[in-house]
Design a protein around this ligand. Structure first.
Ligand code: PLP
Length: 630
């Protein structure tokens, strides 16, 4: 049971059932495009797209490039049509994200043709023909001529030709006129594109068109009837239910008013409940003094004006009400609270009411009655087409900050963005895998270092090799070492004790290899740091391949220190960090500061050792680390 003040529940089974019922109305060979513009009318484009694909959908329709890009990020691979006219500035992203624009003019086709000139693929487009909608589209009178000219453009593939009904839900005469116009145009073409389409979801019910082979399903698939007459033709269940809880109970005497501007005057002693939703949640202001909600089995009228964040409802006749009781504002429940019926109360649009409600609410997806997933607010803002390291760091930082507040946002960032960025896409961002770092503290036998513990470190990991050399660096101050943080050729950094003079005895490599090839190495003391260059001629052949690094060092650590820290400064997948202290210290504690899918990795203590461990395929964000305190 959601703990939210208000939330929407999306019943995926009802959606699938609606699709099945609509499918009975068109030819089995006809494809269907699921319209998921405006975040699938407020139900969540990604989840609806996934479910529609399961139901056999072969196309998605969106409003603009951003909506298409977001679906691509989320891993949706089927064709996506951008329904409304695109701007010239969107073309490069249309190409990059493999989207298909609707074309409403020769000029736009020419722009597309120019842009795609140097590309290996043609631009797949659907030509939009205006058969009477009077919005976008090529005027039907000029269509033949313009289609023929666009056909000659070598970088354009006309994959579809479509038109759009102006009033298929309640004007059969005009709908039939539009259908006839479009049919005649198609008949006159000497060739046929892959897809011909005209029907929106109401059109599927009211105007079957056997010369087409694709339909575009929107509102009806979400279980909302734009006209009552459609009710007899097809059975549909509301998919979204918008709910809230009573947050406060109040009562008023006859003659007193409720809410802003005193538009409701009580005629009797009235008990009323305050609901924590208002027009900011998309619960339309025009429902003031008109709308109804359902509490238990009872229908309760709205009293007074709807505020930005609060609404009063009459509960005088509800037998028992309590703060915290669930309230249905919209959707499944008594028929009065179906979207279309509420919209009718203020002569509003069912489309608008559906897509605006719940804009501030979290969505829960149900299957067979149980919640199967949820989607947080604010999911839109993660789109980026700048993958510079700076930008990525900002995203990662923001996500770490967010994860402290919202687990679902953190999971979203983790799964949908990081997995895609680092694994599925061929981006030039390198990360380490199987990061295994063992630090072993020992007594030292060397009198020169009696103030120190001797430390042996062993580091192994897998990573794509970028150069035929790399550096291992040791510095005496954090400031100096920091300079090496952004240096891509440095694979290992060690911070030595402050105020000491670095020399070759203090830090040295005991072994260094890549894929078992022992590397040559040379040490120079420079810039207050020991820089060890590691290289081998055979590495040149391994550049661009994932290789196994192994780096061993011997160094010293001041005995008067009581802690030692290991930081990860790159994206890392799977870690094992071990601190071996034998019997040097009686008690060691590990303080991990981690950000990744799990906030804390596993901590394993054994005699003389402490280990920090993650699953092998778990991403760990940069700037994670662990401090061993002893
Ligand atoms: C929004 C839209 C649809 C879907 O219409 P519904 O009435 O919701 O089924 C279909 N085609 C185009 C071009 C649209 O813009």
């Amino acid at each position: 049971m959601p703990s939210d003040r208000s939330w929407s529940e999306i019943d995926l089974d009802s959606f699938a059932a609606n699709i099945e019922n609509l499918k009975k109305l068109f030819n089995p060979d006809t494809h269907f495009m699921q319209i998921v513009k405006a975040d699938a009318y407020g139900l969540g484009a990604f989840e609806i797209a996934q479910e529609a694909i399961k139901c056999g959908c072969s196309y998605l329709g969106v409003a603009n490039t951003d909506e298409g890009m977001l679906l691509r990020y989320q891993g949706i691979n089927i064709p996506i049509l951008i329904l409304s006219p695109a701007l010239e500035t969107e073309i490069s992203r249309i190409w990059e994200y493999n989207l298909e624009p609707a074309v409403s003019s020769l000029d736009f086709a020419l722009e597309l043709n120019r842009f795609y000139a140097g590309k290996s693929e043609q631009c797949h487009v659907h030509l939009n023909i205006d058969s009477g909608m009077g919005r976008s589209g090529i005027p039907i009178t000029q269509a033949k001529d313009i289609i023929n000219r666009i056909r000659k453009l070598s970088n354009i593939n006309i994959k579809g030709i479509f038109s759009h009904y102006a009033a298929s839900e309640n004007d059969p005469e005009f709908t039939s006129f539009q259908k006839q116009q479009f049919k005649e145009l198609i008949a006159e073409l000497t060739w046929k594109p892959e897809f011909i389409h005209i029907a929106n979801s109401s059109g599927v019910v009211t105007a079957p068109a056997d010369f087409t082979n694709l339909v575009r399903l929107g509102l009806l698939s979400y279980g909302v009837y734009p006209d009552q007459t459609l009710r007899q033709e097809v059975h549909l269940e509301p998919v979204m239910t918008f709910k809230t809880r009573i947050s406060f109970l109040n009562s008023t005497e006859p003659g007193q008013s409720i809410g802003y501007n005193r538009t409701f005057m009580a005629e009797r002693k009235t008990d009323y409940a305050i609901l924590p939703v208002g027009y900011a949640d998309g619960y339309d202001f025009l429902l003031s003094n008109r709308g109804v909600v359902q509490i238990g089995d009872q229908i309760c009228p709205i009293l007074g004006k709807i505020s930005m964040d609060m609404t009063a409802v009459d509960v005088t006749d509800v037998p028992s009400v309590n703060v915290g009781d669930e309230v249905i504002l919209l959707g499944k429940g008594k028929t009065e609270i179906r979207v279309e019926n509420l919209a009718a109360l203020y002569s509003g649009s069912a489309y608008e009411l559906l897509c605006q409600t719940g804009r501030r609410a979290k969505r829960y997806y149900r299957r067979q009655g149980s919640i199967v997933s949820d989607s947080p607010l604010l999911r839109r803002d993660f789109i980026s087409h700048d993958y510079s390291d700076d930008k990525l760091n900002l995203i990662i930082e923001a996500s770490i900050e967010q994860r402290l507040q919202s687990k679902s946002i953190a999971n979203l960032v983790y799964q949908e963005i990081l997995e895609r960025l680092f694994t599925e896409k061929d981006r030039k961002i390198h990360y380490r895998e199987n990061f295994n770092h063992i630090v072993e503290f020992n007594y030292t036998s060397d009198n020169k270092f009696s103030e120190f513990h001797e430390v042996n470190t062993n580091l192994t990991f897998n990573k794509v090799l970028e150069n035929d050399f790399f550096y291992v660096v040791c510095a005496c101050s954090e400031k100096t070492l920091e300079k090496y943080f952004l240096h891509p050729q440095v694979e290992y950094r060690w911070l030595f004790d402050d105020n000491c003079m670095l020399n070759e005895d203090l830090f040295r490599i005991t072994q260094v290899s890549i894929n078992g090839i022992e590397l040559k190495h040379k040490l120079v003391v420079e810039n207050d740091a020991v820089e060890i260059r590691c290289w081998h001629p055979e590495l040149a052949d391994l550049i661009g391949k994932k290789v196994h690094y192994s780096i061993g060092t011997r160094t010293y650590y001041p005995r008067n220190s009581h802690q030692m820290a290991i930081y990860l400064i790159e994206m890392t997948k799977g870690i094992n960090l071990e601190f071996h202290y034998h019997d040097l210290f009686s008690k060691v504690e590990a303080v991990p500061i981690f950000s990744g899918k799990n906030r804390y990795p596993m901590l394993i203590e054994e005699k003389g050792k402490i280990k920090i461990h993650s699953e092998e395929n778990e991403w760990i964000f940069p700037n994670s680390g662990v401090v061993f305190v002893y």
